[in-house]
Design a protein around this ligand. Structure first.
Ligand code: ATR
Length: 271
């Protein structure tokens, strides 16, 4: 039997074990998946469990998607361009890092019929998840993205011909009444916080949150109150997980499972 684990901190909220074990059961995959709270000092030891074949693969979540890079032998071209890794496994005897977050976000945009070129795009946060989403937005053809981050220098370092960095104090001037606003931060996951002032949220916007637990963050609740279109993090969560499974097993299990049923089960679990 193969063994997989998701590592991060905090990890309690993660439904990755539920999702993966559900897919393994329904696709007859002989494997099991657990979650593990890991401190920064334990990170290298956990990664080494793959090299020593005590683990077959790891998913990485907040806050280690970028720091993990230095422990790996090789990364995929996409993960290298993005600068963040959320899947680790052995490939050709090398400890290999890949990124499926960007794919999960791209598929979410396609599945929900979002046209990203009609509206101004706002991205909140400049961590590992944000980098993957910015990459996906560029692949989808975004021409201009406004990036906000609490630590402004991090956003500023990510500026290029498409991305412009802003301080949150600029949000009133920059966030438009018809923007697409994407929250990539953890704000709203553990506490009842909102990443931008709710007065900036209005009905012609599309609000996308990467958070799936809770299903409705204060950010998305404010969107519902104003009549905006909202998308929670569940689609992205499922797409990135299925892509991880395909990478680990070298088969397209993602085509063999029922996406809708997986989503309904997760929604029930989160209600
Ligand atoms: P991930 O890998 O999931 O992206 P991360 O790299 O730790 O996690 O990034 C977390 C993001 O959430 C960062 O943009 C962080 O802002 P800083 O760069 O200033 O740390 C943002 N974030 C976390 N808590 C926040 C808070 N309370 N207010 C605003 N932004 C926050």
């Amino acid at each position: 039997m193969k063994n997989f684990v998701v590592i991060g901190s905090p990890i309690k909220h993660s439904l990755s074990p539920y999702l993966h074990n559900y897919v393994y059961n329904s696709a007859n995959i002989n494997a099991k998946y657990a979650k593990k709270e890991v401190s920064i000092n334990e990170l290298s030891n956990v990664i080494e469990l793959i090299r020593s074949e005590n683990l077959d693969g790891i998913n990485i979540t907040i806050p280690y998607k970028e720091v993990i890079l230095k422990y790996l032998d090789e990364v995929s071209p996409q993960a290298n361009l993005i600068g963040s890794v959320n899947v680790v496994y052995m490939k050709n005897n090398l400890l290999f890092g890949n990124n499926t977050d960007w794919y999960g976000f791209k598929e979410t945009i396609i599945k929900n019929n979002i046209s990203i070129n009609d509206k101004e795009i706002i991205v909140l946060g400049a961590g590992g998840t944000s980098k993957a989403i910015l990459f996906a937005l560029k692949i989808l053809g975004a021409k201009r993205i406004n990036l906000f981050n609490r630590t402004f220098t991090k956003a500023k370092n990510m500026q290029d011909e498409i991305i412009t960095a802003y301080e949150y104090t600029d949000s009133e001037q920059i966030i438009k009444s018809n923007s697409i606003i994407i929250n990539t931060t953890s704000v709203g996951m553990l506490k009842n916080d909102i990443p931008i002032n709710s007065s900036l949220i209005s009905k012609n916007q599309i609000l996308i949150d990467v958070i799936y637990s809770p299903l409705l963050t204060p950010f998305l609740k404010a969107g519902i109150e104003k009549g905006a279109q909202i998308i929670n993090g569940l689609d992205m969560f499922i797409f990135q997980a299925l892509e991880s499974i395909d990478l680990w097993f070298g088969e397209t299990y993602s085509n063999k499972v029922n996406f809708k049923q997986i989503k309904t089960n997760l929604e029930r679990k989160l209600c």
